[in-house]
Ligand binder design. Structure first.
Ligand SMILES: Nc1ncnc2c1ncn2[C@@H]1O[C@H](COP(=O)(O)OP(=O)(O)OP(=O)(O)O)[C@@H](O)[C@H]1O
Ligand SMILES: [Mg+2]
Length: 231
């Protein structure tokens, strides 16, 4: 298995108990959707799975390593090489062009400046997401949906083992949303990339292999289909 989260708790001052003992395992090569009402804790859980937010209690094993037992530098390295993250609010760097934003993780990984090899790879990703004509635009010259797709290209740049996506199609029309989904599912099929998607969009959830429902800081038990044979 690629990710094993055990007894994850998260509290905010108040105290607000936003994750209440979440247990979750995700196998390498799975495509999983996380659904649930606003405020259920989906983004918080995704950030914790992706090494971005320290849980109050519990453990996340990633690829056999205790993610929060690693030093900050080692955890950042694991994120840079093995994980892509698409945030609910894109987090692009405003002073960089679309292409520069996309290749930034590779520049960090290779400890290099812009190279034509990285630019070529970045342009290919932008093209896959229908943005080849926008590569030199800065984020404030892009629509919300275009920024979202740049963020997705950036998440894919280092060939991650897993891509965490927080509402990746939330700002897209349904055609662009399906392009994004096709890109993610294509990477899953060709390279076995694990995909974890938080979504409110039923059409997106229906294209995944497993849907995990969250409510009020906990996972809900899977709902068995009535057509499923009972044992
Ligand atoms: N930094 C913070 N400080 C205090 N409370 C927070 C913080 N971040 C999130 N929360 C609270 O934690 C709860 C879970 O937030 P989270 O962002 O995980 O929800 P979500 O399921 O992703 O919702 P949405 O579908 O609206 O994105 C919410 O009630 C939110 O108000
Ligand atoms: Mg959220």
């Amino acid at each position: 298995m690629l990710i094993e989260a055990v007894n994850i708790h998260k509290l905010y001052p108040g105290p607000l108990h936003v994750l209440k003992g979440v247990d979750l395992t995700i196998d390498a090569g799975e495509v999983v959707a996380i659904v649930g009402p606003s405020g259920a804790g989906k983004s918080t859980l995704l950030h914790i799975l992706g090494g971005l937010d320290v849980p109050k209690e519990g453990q996340v094993m990633f690829n056999g390593q205790d993610l929060y037992g690693l030093s900050d530098i080692k955890r950042a390295q694991a994120r840079n090489t093995d994980m892509g993250f698409v945030f609910q609010s894109y987090h692009l760097l405003p002073e960089l062009t679309a292409l520069e934003n996309v290749i930034l993780p590779a520049m960090i990984k290779e400890n290099s400046g812009k190279t034509s090899k990285l630019e070529f790879a970045g342009l290919k990703l932008l093209e896959q997401l229908g943005l080849e004509a926008r590569s030199s635009h800065r984020p404030n010259q892009l629509s919300g949906g275009e920024q979202q797709r740049v963020a997705i290209a950036r998440a894919l740049m280092n060939g991650p083992k897993v891509v965490f996506c927080d509402e990746p199609t939330g700002n897209l029309d349904s055609v662009s949303g399906q392009v994004v989904m096709n890109t993610l599912l294509g990477l899953n099929a060709t390279h076995g990339v694990t995909v974890v998607i938080v979504t409110h969009d039923e059409k997106i959830a229906l294209r995944t292999q497993r849907v995990i429902a969250m409510k009020d800081g906990s996972l809900e038990l899977p709902i068995l289909s009535p057509a499923m044979p009972s044992k």
